[in-house]
Write a protein that binds this ligand. Structure first.
Ligand code: HEC
Length: 251
């Protein structure tokens, strides 16, 4: 009986949480970076190479550094397609299309993303990648909820599906008539090649990976932390023994 009640309370809480999420402002679920999750970081690196690296460089990150930190051998990198053709193992993760060429084509040079997550945060990246939508039909103008007016094409749309921007009352957003702040919910109106769950995991993983790239030293700090704590514990014990030794005669 009690378990029943617990389940009921839990499902009510979940229902109200999802109701408030869908009725709420922007659909920006929090994204918690997890540098300990090596599988996520590895998937994120693959997602980056497959979907972002054609345009964006990680000029200050070497493939070999990623391999070491994500616990992958050179062979594993090659097998998993983590070392694209032309990429040198000890070289930087450079974009496949040179920046000038991309600028000619897109009007703006795609920025280097090595430190973007440090400036913006992994959760911002996640919301940005989730935030592309179209005005009107499938061929309508593209914009982004998080970075309005961004010149990046909606490169993930075939995977995510076409999104429309909706107002709180369920109408599609009309930029000429509606208050932008009241219309911050995005809805997939035409399915993409991925399920929403798979897509969500993909953009979480790549945001996690870019968070790691922005501060690889943090991963190292995580790795060192247990050793530092163990050292401090041993040191404290020795200090305690010494103190006892010194104070014995004085007492
Ligand atoms: C077809 C080329 C192309 C691809 C592929 C691409 N981008 Fe972009 N991206 C751009 C361009 C161009 C801009 C600059 C837009 C501007 O300044 O308005 C941009 C801007 C960005 C920004 C904004 C940076 C800032 O701080 O203002 C982020 C973040 C970003 N891209 C991430 C990604 C990620 C992650 C992927 C892969 C999922 C990706 N991009 C794939 C072309 C691309």
């Amino acid at each position: 009986m009690r378990r029943c009640l617990g389940a009921m309370l839990l499902s009510t809480a979940l229902a109200s949480a999802s109701a408030s999420a869908s009725a709420g402002e922007a659909r920006i679920d929090p994204m918690q970076p997890d540098l300990q999750d090596k599988a996520s970081l590895q998937r994120g690196m693959k997602f980056f190479i497959d979907n972002c690296q054609s345009c964006h460089s990680l000029e200050y990150q070497r493939y070999s550094r990623s391999a070491e930190d994500l616990q992958l051998t050179r062979e594993a990198m090659q097998e998993r397609g983590l070392l694209p053709p032309g990429g040198e193992f000890h070289g930087p993760m450079r974009s496949l299309i040179p920046a000038e060429q991309a600028a000619d084509w897109l009007g703006v040079a795609p920025p280097d993303l090595t430190f973007t997550a440090r400036r913006r945060g992994s959760d911002w990246l996640y919301a940005f990648l989730d935030g592309f939508y179209r005005q009107g039909g499938p061929d309508g103008a593209v914009d982004n909820l998080v970075l309005p007016g961004v010149a990046m094409p909606p490169v993930l749309e075939s995977m995510q599906g076409v999104q429309r921007r909706m107002c709180a009352d369920g109408r599609a957003y009309d930029p000429d008539a509606d208050d932008a702040d009241a219309c911050r919910r995005l809805q997939v109106v035409e399915a993409g090649s991925m399920t929403p769950e798979a897509f969500d995991r993909g953009i979480r993983d790549v945001s996690n990976f870019l968070g790691y790239v922005a501060e690889p030293s943090r991963l190292q700090a995580h790795r060192l932390a247990p050793k530092v704590l163990a050292f401090l514990a041993v040191f404290a014990f020795i200090a305690y023994l010494l103190k006892r030794e010194y104070w014995r005669d004085i007492d």
